[in-house]
Design a protein around this ligand. Structure first.
Ligand SMILES: Cc1ncc(COP(=O)(O)O)c(C=O)c1O
Length: 490
């Protein structure tokens, strides 16, 4: 026999002391819920037996109310699904007025944060992540991911799910995963860390949110690379921080200019291994200047090391954190680029003395990270699949990057100013004096997913151009995509 799944119990206002008979109260409650749109067309209603048990009354008034609702067409019986809200009646009955009363603007104190600053237009429109195709930024080559290995690990861990595994996990994250990450970071990224300093988070974005809660107060100044990572700007804006754009040149963040503009900033956010979006590597001299400034100003450095696994012309550059002799760096890493972003797993390496406040901030936010995929990932790393994947993808991306650079040079010639192709999964094509935002919209209509450069600037003198992702753009797609882009600019 086919089993009908249990329906969600609706809220029914039943008053046993009322003079109104119970069957009438049940009928009225359902009718009101359908007319008001709380219960929607096709939605299952609980069986009379289950509802009687839940309400603690006999079945008779419920059977009578259901019979009435069926007779009047509010309910209908559907073979295999039990009783459902009638499809024909619900949309006609819902009065527009009840929807129209909903406020159209959020009723919050607009002084506290500007929604526009926290929610970039690209996110609202969904262009940055919903689409797949040529030049999408932030997407790995998903079709190259060792999905069979991953699935077999997921299946194994699924088989091992027990009553014990349903409980809360540790707020810092799974010990196994943290151990695996610590070994990786010490070995491959030159990060100086113990397992106790590693906190598992749901990606860099949560890492930034937790770090901001701990280190910054409303009104504090933050140095941000200019141009810099938009979604980090969102976090600082939400917390009412004052963002100080510090220009990036071919040595990375210009530290002396930062000191000139705001010597007393509390935090500097940097992407030293592969600056986002220009892609430059911070020079050794600038790294030392930055660490010196942080130590003397009592400031903190947030190092976002989001995609440094992939470096094409040299060995990966060691982390800034590993150079720091004064524990002034909070290091963030993510599996979004190196594996895939829907995993929502990343990590923080926290200076030892700050572990407790970080733990407190994370605890108030989500108590602990979800446990299942942490276990899968720990095995993926420990069994060597992670390093194998990185090695393999480095050569896939190197080929795509080569094709992209070549196509740009051939199509744009001397006009092309390319930046940041030494590492990662994107490079930046700087083309001054164009309306990059407008071109992005036009390109999207042709299935070309460009990211404009100018919105990444916090200063009044943005450069224009495009950030071109090559992670999920196959080599054969690249020349045609670049030709399309060139035609759009003509
Ligand atoms: C500079 C930078 N940091 C971090 C991330 C990754 O963020 P998350 O780990 O929240 O997916 C990205 C993704 O595009 C990025 O560009």
């Amino acid at each position: 026999m086919k089993r009908v799944s249990s329906a969600i119990l609706p809220v029914l206002a039943i008053d046993r002391k009322s003079a109104v008979p119970l069957h009438r109260q049940i009928y009225d409650s359902y009718r009101k819920a359908i007319v008001g749109g709380t219960l929607q067309a096709g939605q299952r209603v609980p069986s009379t037996r289950i509802l009687a048990t839940e309400l603690g009354i006999s079945r008779t008034p419920i059977v009578n109310a259901y019979a009435q609702l069926l007779a009047e067409g509010y309910f209908q019986s559907q073979v295999g699904a039990g009783t459902v809200v009638s499809r024909s009646v619900s949309s006609q009955l819902r009065p527009a007025a009840s929807r129209d009363r909903r406020p159209t603007k959020p009723r919050i104190d607009a002084q506290r944060f500007q929604i526009d600053e926290c929610l970039p237009a690209a996110v609202e429109n969904g262009t940055w992540h919903c689409n797949r195709g040529a030049f999408c930024v932030g997407q790995a080559a998903f079709d190259e991911f060792p999905i069979r290995v991953w699935k077999s690990l997921v299946t194994r861990h699924n088989r091992e799910v027990s009553a014990n595994s349903l409980n809360y996990g540790h707020p810092m994250g799974s010990e196994n995963l943290r151990r695996a990450i610590a070994v990786y970071l010490r070995t491959a990224r030159g990060v100086s860390c113990d397992v106790d300093q590693i906190m598992i988070v749901s990606g860099s974005q949560q890492a930034l949110e937790i770090t901001t809660r701990v280190l910054l107060n409303q009104g504090d100044s933050v140095w941000m690379e200019d141009p810099g990572y938009l979604f980090a700007r969102s976090v600082f804006a939400l917390h009412g921080c004052s963002i100080v754009p510090v220009p990036v040149d071919n040595e990375g963040l210009n530290v002396p200019l930062g000191i000139d503009r705001c010597p007393k900033a509390r935090v500097a956010l940097v992407t030293p291994s592969h600056q986002y979006p220009l892609g430059v590597t911070m020079s050794a001299a600038r790294r030392l200047q930055l660490l010196d400034w942080a130590e003397s100003a009592g400031a903190w450095i947030i190092e976002d090391d989001y995609d440094s696994e992939y470096r094409y012309e040299s060995m990966p550059i060691s982390s800034l954190q590993g150079l720091d002799g004064h524990s002034r760096v909070v290091y963030l890493g993510t599996f979004s680029k190196v594996l895939f972003p829907s995993l929502r797993l990343g990590y923080l390496v926290i200076p030892s003395d700050l572990v407790e406040p970080f733990l407190a901030a994370r605890f108030t936010m989500d108590l602990c990270p979800p446990t299942f995929f942490q276990s899968v990932l720990a095995d993926f790393i420990r069994q060597g699949h992670f390093s194998r994947h990185i090695r393999r993808m480095r050569s896939v991306y190197a080929q795509r990057r080569g094709k992209l650079t070549e196509s740009i040079r051939q199509t744009f010639g001397a006009r092309a100013e390319l930046s940041g192709g030494q590492a990662g999964m994107h490079l930046t094509l700087v083309l001054d004096s164009i309306d990059d935002r407008k071109i992005v919209d036009r390109a999207a209509r042709q299935n070309l997913w460009l990211t404009p450069l100018s919105p990444y600037y916090g200063s009044d003198t943005p450069r224009t151009g495009f950030i071109l992702g090559f992670g999920s753009t196959s080599s054969p797609e690249i020349p045609g995509g670049i030709r399309k882009l060139h035609a759009l600019l003509e």
